[in-house]
Write a protein that binds this ligand. Structure first.
Ligand code: FES
Length: 100
């Protein structure tokens, strides 16, 4: 099963293909806080994927629109509620409030 390495906590969590990064990070015991997307804030789900990004599900148009609403987005940015694990291991860097 592929793994997700979560920084800066340095936790490693296995996950089945097709599972969202949010589910995997939650399974690792990292509190993510409530989703604020209904209020138009998507920052709670913004991470940088530093390894294995190509293995994740492709970003949908909706995800890209949500990313466009976030300050500090870069080429490694994904939303953990949208990105689904593929066959390869990935490393994500939690940002802002998520980084603990
Ligand atoms: S769950 Fe709301 S932006 Fe991800």
């Amino acid at each position: 099963m592929p793994t997700v390495t979560i920084k800066p906590q340095d936790k490693v969590q296995e996950g089945a293909e097709g599972t969202t990064l949010r589910e995997i990070i939650t399974a690792a015991g990292i509190p993510l806080g409530a989703c604020t997307c209904a209020k138009g804030y998507f920052d709670n789900c913004h991470v940088f994927v530093t390894e294995g990004k190509k293995s994740l599900s492709k970003a949908t148009r909706e995800e890209n629109e949500h990313l466009d609403a976030i300050v500090g987005v870069g080429s490694k940015s994904r939303l953990i509620c949208e990105a689904k694990l593929g066959p390869e291991n990935v490393t994500v860097e939690l940002l802002g409030a998520l980084s603990g």
